[in-house]
Design a protein around this ligand. Structure first.
Ligand code: SAM
Ligand code: SF4
Length: 343
């Protein structure tokens, strides 16, 4: 266990677990999302402004050693599932080696990755070899021009190479598909061919207010469930005991599932089991908060493991009932960019 300053990088894998991390509403935290960078090779309209956001300086981003220490601490607190996200994780040098270390040295058993797939295909063989638990691939459309319009980059071909290679390697795959104001029925139906033909979970995601722009006016949003029922009338909801942000549906003739993630409606807050660490080292106990605990400054001022754990517990004990309540308190003047938060 760390008992002294920031240069002590011993890991805490073998230490016994502590009392679980349970918030003031009785929700147990078992899932940690790490945004390891804010840099990205796409510029999705709902995530970043066209000019990008001024990237954090390298020294303002947590080092891999600091991230490993935090993962160890969260594991001691009962976190079992870790997701690497960004920005684009592979836009940060050393991402694959970091993932390898998390699994082999830090002892993470459930390690997932969210990626846009642009540069990912070359890493898939290694990811399969080290036993990655699953990949979420972001893909909003199968139409080349629409892809270019949404992401402001002409890279659909490369994403599809990643998609089909991951399928070939039998890496468990989910597709994240944000539904924007301009998503057409045809695009949704075309994406629906993927879970029909492959063992893929395709999840349509409500667009949330994280564009990095000033537009806080609520945008018109279809009810995703109504739309799905209209476009795929034979879908039946799958019953599951697993805590998930997605509601999943399937039908005979489908090898995979179609799901919806009602992130803007915030329908799943009652069972929320996750925390996030932003690319500049702040812990968020709710997607809609402003980053409630500055872990980076604790790590860099020599805080002991005990002090960090105690600060994490304290923050988790002050959560709000749901994302609506959190957002009200934050009283935002503009939407934060999602690339710093990780989704
Ligand atoms: N760059 C990687 C990617 O796109 O998969 C990982 C980071 S990205 C921020 C993580 C997820 O957040 C993606 O699936 C993306 O579609 C989603 N996302 C980004 N901005 C969003 C928004 N405003 N509303 C809903 N989902 C969003
Ligand atoms: Fe990049 Fe992912 Fe944001 Fe798109 S959603 S700009 S790929 S971080």
């Amino acid at each position: 266990m760390h008992t002294s300053g920031p240069n002590n990088h011993r890991h805490t894998v073998s230490l016994p677990p502590l009392a679980p991390l349970i918030d003031n509403y009785g929700r147990e935290i078992t899932y940690l999302r790490l945004a390891i960078t804010d840099r990205c090779n796409l510029r999705c309209r709902y995530c970043m402004p066209e000019r990008g956001v001024v990237p954090f300086l390298h020294e303002d981003t947590l080092s891999y050693e600091e991230l490993e220490r935090l993962v160890s601490l969260f594991q001691m607190l009962g976190v079992r599932k870790i997701r690497i996200t960004g920005g684009e994780p592979f836009a940060r040098r050393g991402c694959l080696e970091f993932i390898q270390r998390l699994m082999s040295r830090v002892g993470v058993e459930q390690l997932y990755l969210t990626t846009n797939g642009v540069e990912t295909s070359r890493y898939l063989g290694s990811l399969k070899e080290i036993g990655i638990s699953g990949i979420n691939l972001s893909l909003d459309t199968l139409d080349k021009d629409r892809f270019k319009d949404i992401t402001r980059r002409d890279r659909l071909d490369r994403v599809l190479v990643t998609l089909y290679q991951a399928l070939e390697l039998s890496i468990p795959l989910k597709i994240n598909s944000v539904v924007t104001e301009s998503t057409s029925d045809k695009e949704i139906i075309n994406l629906g061919e993927l879970p029909k033909n492959h063992a893929i979970s395709l999840r349509f995601i409500e667009m949330m207010p994280f564009s990095g722009e000033k537009r806080l006016i609520p945008r018109s949003q279809d009810n995703l469930l109504d739309r799905l029922n209209r476009l795929f009338p034979s879908l039946q909801e799958c019953q599951t005991d697993i805590i998930s942000t997605a509601r999943l549906f399937s039908t005979s003739g489908f090898r995979g599932t179609i799901g919806i993630i009602e992130g803007n409606s915030r329908k799943f807050c009652a069972t929320c089991n996750k925390v996030r660490i932003t690319s500049d080292g702040r812990m968020k106990s709710c997607l809609y908060d402003n980053g409630i605990l500055n872990l980076k400054s604790m790590l860099r001022s020599g805080a002991t493991d005990k002090a960090i754990i105690s600060a994490i517990r304290q923050s988790i004990n002050q959560r709000h009932v749901d994302g609506h309540a959190t957002e009200l308190i934050c009283d935002r003047k503009e939407e934060p960019p999602m690339n710093r938060i990780g989704g």
